[in-house]
Ligand binder design. Structure first.
Ligand code: LMR
Length: 401
């Protein structure tokens, strides 16, 4: 009788990955999974990138040991990630006021950030966009944070509700954590414009908030540098913030669990000190990171030819997602499904939100074997020539029927 009493009642399935589990158990022919954010090519496969295969060949040929890596990861990886995010000439890099840790995926980075910030004892508040990735409140709730939503994209709309967002954040207190999606907002695909980022940056300064930028999709929107445009508003001289990177998507290294947490402090000494506490957090959590994915990223970013190859492969994935957006809009419009679909073509990243009701989402799954997340978030990167028409037919049936 030592297990928690609550554990006698099964927990609900995960709102994202639980759908893939259900999909795998579904045997109906023609079933369609557009739930988890996983890129597939037009044959429905999630390929290993050729640049990754080439890097792995080199790593395996040179490997002599499986000894532990440093608590915060190898220095070469940490430097490579920092330079990928900021560029080598950014003030944050030249001043040395950042410290990057290798974490198991972007989720690991978020949880390390949460545990690091929770060290002070008194619970902090984290402000999360409404809507957001369901794991955001789960991660910060597990670390003891109070979760407060700020309006981001209102149901049925396809633009940032910037005035409402800033008004809600006007209630935030100094030191509150503000969770922002750096690019390719999950689940809406709607990012702030440069002018909106400016207003967000101004509010961060006025209210003395601590931004945490979730940067899981660098390169999936408009390009590696273009997707970092949030930095003009957030990475201002002397300002502190945290950054969670993921290489699940842009390197297609989903199951290698490779990501990074970067803490940006006011100066080098503060960054070094913060890093010592991040290492304590990591040590008490998973001790030190798994090495293989980070070795792949380091090898590719450190070799000009491999890096150029990877950037071409990344551009290929990005281009296919943009093309899928246009195909999706055409398929929904061809069926005259009521709704404002055209803006989806101009949105960014893996996801589009169809704004379906719970009942419509349930009917998609139960009557049409079509799996989508929440209020109709679909993984645009999962659309193929085979599943597009059955998907659009199913949406037409549940919206009109
Ligand atoms: C998603 O939102 O589908 C991805 O980030 C995968 C995940 O871990 O939820």
């Amino acid at each position: 009788m030592a297990l928690p009493i609550a554990s006698r009642t099964p927990a609900p399935p995960d709102p994202v990955l639980g759908l893939t589990e259900a999909f795998r158990a579904d045997t109906r022919p023609g079933r369609v999974n557009l739930s988890a954010g996983v890129y597939v090519d037009d044959t429905g496969i999630t390929p290993v990138l050729p640049s990754v295969l080439a890097a792995e060949g080199r790593i395996l040929a040179a490997q002599t040991t499986k000894v532990y890596r440093p608590i915060d990861g190898d220095a070469a990886y940490r430097t490579a990630v920092r330079d990928l995010v900021f560029g080598t000439d950014h003030e944050i890099v030249t001043s040395g006021r950042s410290a990057t840790s290798h974490t198991p995926g972007g989720t690991g980075a978020l949880r390390v950030a949460a545990d690091f910030l929770a060290q002070e004892g008194s619970p902090r508040t984290v402000w999360v966009s409404d809507p957001t990735w369901p794991n955001h409140p789960a991660i910060f709730g597990a670390a003891g944070f109070r979760i407060r939503p700020y309006p981001y994209v209102r149901p049925g709309e396809r633009h940032v509700a910037i005035d409402a967002m800033l008004e809600a954040l006007g209630e935030a207190e100094a030191g509150d954590l503000l969770l922002l999606h750096g690019s390719c907002h999950n689940p809406t695909g709607v990012d702030p414009s440069p002018a909106e980022w400016e207003r967000i940056g101004g509010l961060v300064e006025r209210r003395e908030l601590l931004p945490l930028v979730d940067f899981a999709y660098q390169g999936f929107g408009d390009g590696l540098r273009e997707d970092a445009s949030w930095q003009r508003a957030i990475a201002r001289p002397g300002r502190e913030f945290l950054l969670a990177s993921s290489f699940s998507k842009n390197f297609a290294l989903y199951n290698e669990r490779v990501g990074a947490l970067t803490v940006v402090a006011t100066d080098r000494a503060a960054a070094d000190s913060a890093q010592s506490h991040v290492k304590v957090t990591i040590r008490a959590n998973y001790s030190n990171p798994p090495s293989h994915g980070a070795e792949i990223v380091t090898t590719i970013l450190g070799d000009p030819a491999l890096r150029a190859q990877w950037e071409v492969e990344l551009a290929g994935m990005r281009g296919r997602i943009h093309a899928n957006r246009r195909l999706l809009v055409a398929a929904l419009e061809a069926r005259r499904i009521p709704g404002d679909w055209a803006p989806i073509a101009g949105e960014r990243g893996m996801f589009a939100l169809l704004n379906l009701s719970k009942d419509q989402v349930r009917r998609l799954r139960e009557e049409h074997a079509v799996y989508v997340v929440g209020a109709g978030r679909i993984n645009v990167a999962g659309i193929t020539a085979t599943n597009l028409d059955p998907f659009a037919d199913a949406v037409a049936a549940v919206v009109e029927g």
